[in-house]
Design a protein around this ligand. Structure first.
Ligand code: ADP
Ligand code: MG
Length: 394
Protein backbone atom coordinates (compact mmCIF):
# COMPACT_ATOMS: atom_id res chain seq x y z
CA UNK A 1 0.00 0.00 0.00
CA UNK A 2 1.40 3.43 -0.94
CA UNK A 3 0.36 4.96 2.40
CA UNK A 4 2.17 5.09 5.72
CA UNK A 5 0.76 2.88 8.43
CA UNK A 6 1.31 2.59 12.17
CA UNK A 7 4.20 0.24 11.32
CA UNK A 8 6.13 3.05 9.63
CA UNK A 9 6.35 5.40 12.62
CA UNK A 10 7.85 5.53 16.09
CA UNK A 11 5.05 5.15 18.64
CA UNK A 12 6.87 4.83 21.94
CA UNK A 13 5.72 7.44 24.46
CA UNK A 14 3.60 9.11 21.77
CA UNK A 15 -0.02 10.14 22.19
CA UNK A 16 -1.97 8.71 19.26
CA UNK A 17 -5.28 10.36 18.37
CA UNK A 18 -6.98 7.39 16.76
CA UNK A 19 -10.16 7.82 14.70
CA UNK A 20 -12.11 4.58 14.74
CA UNK A 21 -15.57 3.58 13.57
CA UNK A 22 -17.56 2.61 16.66
CA UNK A 23 -20.87 3.44 14.96
CA UNK A 24 -22.36 0.16 16.20
CA UNK A 25 -25.91 -1.09 15.65
CA UNK A 26 -28.02 -0.74 18.78
CA UNK A 27 -31.08 -2.59 20.09
CA UNK A 28 -34.33 -0.82 21.09
CA UNK A 29 -33.09 -0.41 24.68
CA UNK A 30 -29.88 1.27 23.46
CA UNK A 31 -27.58 -1.67 24.18
CA UNK A 32 -25.02 -2.73 21.55
CA UNK A 33 -26.61 -5.39 19.33
CA UNK A 34 -23.46 -6.14 17.32
CA UNK A 35 -19.90 -5.29 18.40
CA UNK A 36 -18.19 -6.27 15.12
CA UNK A 37 -17.03 -2.69 14.54
CA UNK A 38 -15.41 -2.50 17.97
CA UNK A 39 -13.65 -5.83 17.42
CA UNK A 40 -12.50 -4.65 13.99
CA UNK A 41 -10.55 -1.81 15.64
CA UNK A 42 -8.78 -4.03 18.20
CA UNK A 43 -5.71 -4.98 16.12
CA UNK A 44 -4.78 -1.32 15.71
CA UNK A 45 -5.50 -0.37 19.32
CA UNK A 46 -3.59 -3.36 20.70
CA UNK A 47 -0.61 -2.66 18.46
CA UNK A 48 -0.46 1.00 19.52
CA UNK A 49 -0.58 -0.02 23.19
CA UNK A 50 2.10 -2.71 22.76
CA UNK A 51 4.37 -0.19 21.08
CA UNK A 52 4.10 2.07 24.10
CA UNK A 53 1.67 4.69 22.82
CA UNK A 54 -1.10 6.34 24.84
CA UNK A 55 -4.27 5.93 22.78
CA UNK A 56 -6.95 8.61 22.51
CA UNK A 57 -9.89 7.14 20.63
CA UNK A 58 -12.55 9.13 18.79
CA UNK A 59 -15.69 7.95 16.99
CA UNK A 60 -19.15 9.06 16.00
CA UNK A 61 -22.36 7.19 16.76
CA UNK A 62 -25.56 7.88 14.82
CA UNK A 63 -26.52 11.37 13.71
CA UNK A 64 -26.87 13.69 16.71
CA UNK A 65 -26.44 16.76 14.46
CA UNK A 66 -24.05 18.75 16.63
CA UNK A 67 -25.97 18.37 19.89
CA UNK A 68 -25.69 16.13 22.90
CA UNK A 69 -28.18 13.30 22.54
CA UNK A 70 -28.25 11.14 25.67
CA UNK A 71 -29.02 7.87 23.86
CA UNK A 72 -26.03 8.37 21.56
CA UNK A 73 -23.36 8.62 24.27
CA UNK A 74 -20.39 6.26 23.89
CA UNK A 75 -20.49 5.01 27.49
CA UNK A 76 -21.73 1.52 26.53
CA UNK A 77 -19.08 1.38 23.80
CA UNK A 78 -16.36 2.28 26.32
CA UNK A 79 -17.58 -0.50 28.59
CA UNK A 80 -17.63 -3.07 25.81
CA UNK A 81 -14.17 -2.01 24.67
CA UNK A 82 -12.95 -2.39 28.25
CA UNK A 83 -14.19 -6.01 28.26
CA UNK A 84 -12.64 -6.77 24.87
CA UNK A 85 -9.26 -5.19 25.69
CA UNK A 86 -9.20 -6.44 29.25
CA UNK A 87 -8.05 -3.07 30.53
CA UNK A 88 -9.51 0.20 31.72
CA UNK A 89 -10.84 2.65 29.14
CA UNK A 90 -10.96 6.21 30.44
CA UNK A 91 -14.29 7.74 29.37
CA UNK A 92 -14.83 11.40 30.15
CA UNK A 93 -18.24 11.93 28.53
CA UNK A 94 -17.17 15.06 26.65
CA UNK A 95 -15.72 15.76 23.21
CA UNK A 96 -13.64 18.80 24.20
CA UNK A 97 -12.95 20.86 27.32
CA UNK A 98 -10.70 20.93 30.37
CA UNK A 99 -11.74 17.45 31.52
CA UNK A 100 -10.72 16.00 28.18
CA UNK A 101 -7.42 17.89 28.11
CA UNK A 102 -6.53 16.80 31.63
CA UNK A 103 -7.42 13.15 30.97
CA UNK A 104 -5.28 13.17 27.81
CA UNK A 105 -2.34 14.73 29.65
CA UNK A 106 -2.58 12.19 32.46
CA UNK A 107 -2.82 9.26 30.05
CA UNK A 108 0.29 7.07 30.27
CA UNK A 109 1.87 4.86 27.60
CA UNK A 110 -0.22 1.69 27.35
CA UNK A 111 -3.40 3.43 28.50
CA UNK A 112 -6.58 4.16 26.52
CA UNK A 113 -9.21 6.86 26.62
CA UNK A 114 -12.35 7.36 24.53
CA UNK A 115 -13.76 10.78 23.75
CA UNK A 116 -17.51 11.35 23.69
CA UNK A 117 -19.39 11.01 20.38
CA UNK A 118 -17.59 13.52 18.15
CA UNK A 119 -20.83 14.42 16.36
CA UNK A 120 -22.12 16.02 19.58
CA UNK A 121 -19.83 18.90 18.58
CA UNK A 122 -21.26 21.13 15.83
CA UNK A 123 -17.76 21.62 14.37
CA UNK A 124 -17.21 17.94 13.63
CA UNK A 125 -19.20 17.48 10.42
CA UNK A 126 -18.35 21.04 9.32
CA UNK A 127 -14.67 20.09 9.47
CA UNK A 128 -14.11 23.18 11.63
CA UNK A 129 -10.35 23.89 11.76
CA UNK A 130 -10.62 25.21 15.34
CA UNK A 131 -12.03 21.86 16.47
CA UNK A 132 -9.40 20.00 14.45
CA UNK A 133 -6.72 22.02 16.26
CA UNK A 134 -8.23 21.12 19.63
CA UNK A 135 -8.12 17.42 18.73
CA UNK A 136 -4.56 17.75 17.45
CA UNK A 137 -3.41 19.48 20.65
CA UNK A 138 -4.25 16.29 22.57
CA UNK A 139 -1.77 14.15 20.64
CA UNK A 140 1.52 13.74 18.74
CA UNK A 141 0.28 11.59 15.88
CA UNK A 142 -3.00 10.88 14.08
CA UNK A 143 -4.01 7.31 13.31
CA UNK A 144 -6.78 6.96 10.74
CA UNK A 145 -8.69 3.70 11.11
CA UNK A 146 -12.33 4.62 10.37
CA UNK A 147 -12.69 3.47 6.79
CA UNK A 148 -16.49 3.76 6.99
CA UNK A 149 -16.27 7.56 7.31
CA UNK A 150 -13.39 8.04 4.85
CA UNK A 151 -15.74 9.51 2.21
CA UNK A 152 -16.60 12.39 4.57
CA UNK A 153 -14.31 15.32 5.33
CA UNK A 154 -14.90 15.87 9.04
CA UNK A 155 -12.70 17.38 11.78
CA UNK A 156 -11.73 14.10 13.48
CA UNK A 157 -10.79 12.19 10.33
CA UNK A 158 -9.61 14.86 7.89
CA UNK A 159 -9.23 18.29 9.55
CA UNK A 160 -6.90 16.98 12.26
CA UNK A 161 -4.39 15.80 9.65
CA UNK A 162 -3.51 19.41 8.89
CA UNK A 163 -1.89 19.62 12.33
CA UNK A 164 -0.51 16.12 12.98
CA UNK A 165 1.34 13.48 10.94
CA UNK A 166 -1.30 11.02 9.74
CA UNK A 167 -0.87 7.27 9.30
CA UNK A 168 -3.29 4.43 8.58
CA UNK A 169 -4.35 1.83 11.12
CA UNK A 170 -4.61 -1.85 10.18
CA UNK A 171 -8.33 -1.78 9.34
CA UNK A 172 -7.85 1.15 6.99
CA UNK A 173 -4.86 -0.62 5.43
CA UNK A 174 -6.82 -3.85 4.95
CA UNK A 175 -9.72 -2.03 3.29
CA UNK A 176 -7.50 -0.09 0.90
CA UNK A 177 -5.50 -3.19 -0.05
CA UNK A 178 -8.48 -5.48 -0.61
CA UNK A 179 -10.75 -2.97 -2.31
CA UNK A 180 -7.89 -1.94 -4.63
CA UNK A 181 -7.40 -5.53 -5.74
CA UNK A 182 -10.76 -5.28 -7.49
CA UNK A 183 -9.75 -2.16 -9.37
CA UNK A 184 -6.20 -3.05 -10.38
CA UNK A 185 -5.58 -6.11 -12.48
CA UNK A 186 -8.17 -8.42 -10.90
CA UNK A 187 -8.05 -12.15 -11.65
CA UNK A 188 -10.41 -12.89 -14.57
CA UNK A 189 -13.18 -13.57 -15.19
CA UNK A 190 -14.54 -10.80 -12.99
CA UNK A 191 -18.16 -11.22 -11.90
CA UNK A 192 -19.87 -8.19 -10.37
CA UNK A 193 -23.14 -8.61 -8.50
CA UNK A 194 -25.26 -5.54 -7.88
CA UNK A 195 -28.54 -5.45 -5.99
CA UNK A 196 -30.20 -3.28 -3.38
CA UNK A 197 -32.72 -0.57 -3.81
CA UNK A 198 -30.99 2.72 -4.51
CA UNK A 199 -30.24 2.69 -8.23
CA UNK A 200 -29.34 6.37 -8.28
CA UNK A 201 -26.56 5.80 -5.69
CA UNK A 202 -25.16 2.89 -7.66
CA UNK A 203 -24.94 4.21 -11.18
CA UNK A 204 -21.35 5.31 -10.49
CA UNK A 205 -20.30 1.87 -9.32
CA UNK A 206 -22.12 0.14 -12.16
CA UNK A 207 -20.37 2.38 -14.66
CA UNK A 208 -17.02 1.40 -13.12
CA UNK A 209 -17.95 -2.29 -13.12
CA UNK A 210 -18.76 -1.99 -16.83
CA UNK A 211 -15.05 -1.27 -17.33
CA UNK A 212 -13.83 -4.03 -15.01
CA UNK A 213 -16.23 -6.91 -15.17
CA UNK A 214 -16.79 -9.66 -17.68
CA UNK A 215 -20.21 -10.41 -16.24
CA UNK A 216 -22.60 -8.27 -14.18
CA UNK A 217 -25.43 -10.00 -12.34
CA UNK A 218 -28.30 -7.73 -11.31
CA UNK A 219 -30.84 -8.35 -8.57
CA UNK A 220 -32.88 -6.56 -5.92
CA UNK A 221 -34.95 -3.47 -6.55
CA UNK A 222 -32.24 -2.36 -8.95
CA UNK A 223 -33.00 -5.20 -11.36
CA UNK A 224 -36.68 -4.19 -11.38
CA UNK A 225 -35.75 -0.83 -12.78
CA UNK A 226 -33.69 -2.47 -15.52
CA UNK A 227 -36.47 -4.92 -16.35
CA UNK A 228 -38.95 -2.05 -16.48
CA UNK A 229 -36.61 -0.21 -18.86
CA UNK A 230 -36.96 -3.25 -21.13
CA UNK A 231 -40.75 -2.84 -20.93
CA UNK A 232 -41.47 -5.73 -18.58
CA UNK A 233 -44.60 -5.14 -16.52
CA UNK A 234 -43.80 -5.67 -12.87
CA UNK A 235 -47.09 -5.08 -11.07
CA UNK A 236 -46.60 -3.25 -7.78
CA UNK A 237 -42.83 -3.82 -7.64
CA UNK A 238 -40.41 -1.12 -6.57
CA UNK A 239 -39.36 0.53 -9.82
CA UNK A 240 -37.41 3.80 -9.82
CA UNK A 241 -39.10 5.57 -12.70
CA UNK A 242 -36.61 8.44 -12.75
CA UNK A 243 -33.80 5.93 -13.37
CA UNK A 244 -35.24 4.16 -16.42
CA UNK A 245 -33.15 6.13 -18.90
CA UNK A 246 -29.98 5.56 -16.88
CA UNK A 247 -30.73 1.85 -16.82
CA UNK A 248 -31.25 1.79 -20.58
CA UNK A 249 -27.99 3.67 -21.11
CA UNK A 250 -26.09 1.19 -18.93
CA UNK A 251 -27.48 -1.75 -20.87
CA UNK A 252 -26.40 -0.07 -24.09
CA UNK A 253 -22.87 0.53 -22.79
CA UNK A 254 -22.64 -3.08 -21.61
CA UNK A 255 -23.53 -4.25 -25.08
CA UNK A 256 -20.94 -1.94 -26.67
CA UNK A 257 -18.17 -3.06 -24.30
CA UNK A 258 -19.04 -6.72 -24.64
CA UNK A 259 -19.92 -7.05 -20.96
CA UNK A 260 -22.50 -9.71 -20.17
CA UNK A 261 -25.19 -7.90 -18.16
CA UNK A 262 -27.62 -10.42 -16.69
CA UNK A 263 -31.12 -9.63 -15.49
CA UNK A 264 -33.25 -12.07 -13.50
CA UNK A 265 -35.28 -14.51 -15.59
CA UNK A 266 -37.65 -15.33 -12.76
CA UNK A 267 -38.60 -13.88 -9.39
CA UNK A 268 -40.29 -14.48 -6.07
CA UNK A 269 -43.41 -12.34 -6.06
CA UNK A 270 -45.52 -11.44 -3.02
CA UNK A 271 -48.38 -9.15 -2.01
CA UNK A 272 -46.30 -7.36 0.60
CA UNK A 273 -42.61 -6.73 1.34
CA UNK A 274 -42.97 -8.12 4.87
CA UNK A 275 -45.43 -10.98 4.36
CA UNK A 276 -44.71 -14.35 2.76
CA UNK A 277 -48.37 -15.39 2.47
CA UNK A 278 -49.26 -16.09 -1.16
CA UNK A 279 -45.66 -15.67 -2.36
CA UNK A 280 -44.60 -17.72 -5.37
CA UNK A 281 -42.04 -18.10 -8.12
CA UNK A 282 -42.91 -16.66 -11.54
CA UNK A 283 -41.14 -15.83 -14.77
CA UNK A 284 -40.29 -12.11 -15.05
CA UNK A 285 -42.77 -11.81 -17.92
CA UNK A 286 -45.61 -13.10 -15.73
CA UNK A 287 -45.61 -10.84 -12.68
CA UNK A 288 -49.26 -10.45 -11.56
CA UNK A 289 -50.51 -6.87 -11.56
CA UNK A 290 -51.34 -6.97 -7.83
CA UNK A 291 -48.01 -8.49 -6.73
CA UNK A 292 -44.41 -7.32 -6.37
CA UNK A 293 -40.97 -8.76 -7.04
CA UNK A 294 -39.28 -9.39 -3.69
CA UNK A 295 -36.38 -11.74 -4.59
CA UNK A 296 -34.56 -13.32 -7.52
CA UNK A 297 -36.22 -16.59 -8.54
CA UNK A 298 -35.02 -20.18 -8.39
CA UNK A 299 -33.86 -20.40 -12.00
CA UNK A 300 -31.99 -17.08 -11.69
CA UNK A 301 -30.19 -18.32 -8.58
CA UNK A 302 -28.90 -21.33 -10.55
CA UNK A 303 -27.85 -19.24 -13.55
CA UNK A 304 -26.04 -16.69 -11.37
CA UNK A 305 -24.36 -19.38 -9.26
CA UNK A 306 -22.95 -20.97 -12.43
CA UNK A 307 -21.19 -17.71 -13.38
CA UNK A 308 -19.89 -17.30 -9.83
CA UNK A 309 -18.42 -20.81 -9.83
CA UNK A 310 -16.26 -19.91 -12.83
CA UNK A 311 -15.16 -16.50 -11.52
CA UNK A 312 -11.60 -15.46 -10.66
CA UNK A 313 -12.88 -12.39 -8.83
CA UNK A 314 -16.29 -11.61 -7.37
CA UNK A 315 -17.34 -8.15 -6.25
CA UNK A 316 -20.78 -7.68 -4.74
CA UNK A 317 -22.88 -4.78 -3.51
CA UNK A 318 -26.54 -4.79 -2.48
CA UNK A 319 -28.81 -7.70 -1.48
CA UNK A 320 -30.74 -9.50 -4.23
CA UNK A 321 -34.07 -9.45 -2.42
CA UNK A 322 -35.92 -8.06 0.58
CA UNK A 323 -33.67 -10.11 2.87
CA UNK A 324 -35.08 -8.52 6.05
CA UNK A 325 -38.08 -10.84 5.53
CA UNK A 326 -36.72 -14.39 5.99
CA UNK A 327 -38.77 -15.89 3.17
CA UNK A 328 -37.34 -13.32 0.75
CA UNK A 329 -33.71 -13.78 1.83
CA UNK A 330 -33.33 -17.07 -0.05
CA UNK A 331 -31.97 -15.60 -3.27
CA UNK A 332 -29.37 -13.55 -1.41
CA UNK A 333 -28.44 -16.57 0.74
CA UNK A 334 -28.11 -18.85 -2.29
CA UNK A 335 -25.79 -16.37 -3.97
CA UNK A 336 -23.82 -15.86 -0.74
CA UNK A 337 -23.31 -19.62 -0.57
CA UNK A 338 -22.20 -19.70 -4.19
CA UNK A 339 -19.63 -16.95 -3.54
CA UNK A 340 -18.45 -18.67 -0.36
CA UNK A 341 -18.05 -21.94 -2.25
CA UNK A 342 -16.09 -20.50 -5.16
CA UNK A 343 -12.30 -20.19 -5.32
CA UNK A 344 -12.59 -16.59 -6.47
CA UNK A 345 -11.12 -13.65 -4.60
CA UNK A 346 -14.36 -12.21 -3.23
CA UNK A 347 -15.11 -8.76 -1.89
CA UNK A 348 -18.50 -7.77 -0.56
CA UNK A 349 -19.37 -4.21 0.42
CA UNK A 350 -22.50 -2.35 1.53
CA UNK A 351 -24.21 -2.18 4.89
CA UNK A 352 -27.18 -4.33 3.95
CA UNK A 353 -25.51 -6.97 1.85
CA UNK A 354 -22.82 -7.52 4.49
CA UNK A 355 -25.55 -7.98 7.11
CA UNK A 356 -27.28 -10.45 4.77
CA UNK A 357 -24.10 -12.44 4.19
CA UNK A 358 -23.47 -12.59 7.92
CA UNK A 359 -27.04 -13.81 8.38
CA UNK A 360 -26.34 -16.51 5.80
CA UNK A 361 -23.50 -17.73 8.05
CA UNK A 362 -20.82 -17.71 5.36
CA UNK A 363 -18.97 -14.51 6.25
CA UNK A 364 -15.83 -16.49 7.14
CA UNK A 365 -15.54 -17.82 3.58
CA UNK A 366 -15.53 -14.42 1.90
CA UNK A 367 -12.07 -12.98 1.14
CA UNK A 368 -13.01 -9.51 2.32
CA UNK A 369 -16.18 -8.09 3.87
CA UNK A 370 -15.88 -4.33 3.70
CA UNK A 371 -16.83 -2.28 6.75
CA UNK A 372 -17.84 0.66 4.57
CA UNK A 373 -21.15 1.47 2.91
CA UNK A 374 -20.93 4.78 1.08
CA UNK A 375 -17.14 4.80 1.47
CA UNK A 376 -16.79 1.44 -0.27
CA UNK A 377 -19.00 2.50 -3.17
CA UNK A 378 -17.06 5.74 -3.66
CA UNK A 379 -13.77 3.85 -3.49
CA UNK A 380 -14.94 1.49 -6.22
CA UNK A 381 -16.13 4.42 -8.29
CA UNK A 382 -12.50 5.49 -8.31
CA UNK A 383 -13.02 8.66 -6.29
CA UNK A 384 -10.26 9.86 -3.99
CA UNK A 385 -11.71 9.66 -0.48
CA UNK A 386 -10.76 12.67 1.69
CA UNK A 387 -10.11 10.42 4.70
CA UNK A 388 -7.55 8.45 2.70
CA UNK A 389 -6.04 11.41 0.87
CA UNK A 390 -4.81 12.95 4.15
CA UNK A 391 -2.80 9.88 5.17
CA UNK A 392 0.90 10.42 4.48
CA UNK A 393 2.32 8.74 1.41
CA UNK A 394 5.15 6.25 1.82
P1 ADP B 1 -26.40 -2.02 0.50
O1 ADP B 1 -26.60 -1.45 1.89
O2 ADP B 1 -25.86 -3.42 0.55
O3 ADP B 1 -25.60 -1.11 -0.38
P2 ADP B 1 -28.95 -1.00 -0.42
O4 ADP B 1 -29.01 -0.11 0.77
O5 ADP B 1 -28.81 -0.41 -1.76
O6 ADP B 1 -27.85 -2.15 -0.19
O7 ADP B 1 -30.30 -1.85 -0.52
C1 ADP B 1 -30.78 -2.64 0.52
C2 ADP B 1 -32.27 -2.68 0.52
O8 ADP B 1 -32.78 -3.12 -0.74
C3 ADP B 1 -32.82 -3.63 1.55
O9 ADP B 1 -33.53 -2.90 2.51
C4 ADP B 1 -33.75 -4.56 0.74
O10 ADP B 1 -34.94 -4.84 1.41
C5 ADP B 1 -34.01 -3.74 -0.50
N1 ADP B 1 -34.45 -4.56 -1.62
C6 ADP B 1 -33.80 -5.60 -2.18
N2 ADP B 1 -34.54 -6.17 -3.15
C7 ADP B 1 -35.70 -5.47 -3.22
C8 ADP B 1 -36.88 -5.56 -4.03
N3 ADP B 1 -37.02 -6.52 -4.96
N4 ADP B 1 -37.87 -4.67 -3.79
C9 ADP B 1 -37.73 -3.73 -2.85
N5 ADP B 1 -36.65 -3.57 -2.06
C10 ADP B 1 -35.64 -4.44 -2.25
MG1 MG C 1 -27.97 0.09 2.59
Amino acid sequence: MPKKTVKDVELKDKRAFTRVDFNVPRAQDGSISDDTKIRAALPTISYLLQQGAAVILASHLGRPKGQVQEDLRLKAVAERLEELLGQKVVYVGEVTGPKVTRAAEELKPGQVMLLENVRFHPGETKNDPELAKIYAALADIFVSDAFGTAHRAHASNVGIAAYLPAVAGFLMEKEITNLSRILHDPQKPVVAIVGGSKTADKIGVLTKFLQLADTILLGGGMANTFLAAKAYRLGRSLVEKDQLQQAAAIMETAEKHGVRLCLPVDATVAYDLHEAKGARNVSVDAVPADMMVVDIGEETRKLYAAYIREAGTVVWNGPLGVFETDAFARGTIAIAQAVAGSDAFSVIGGGDVVAAVEKAGVAGKISHLSTGGGATLEFWEGKELPGIAVIQNL
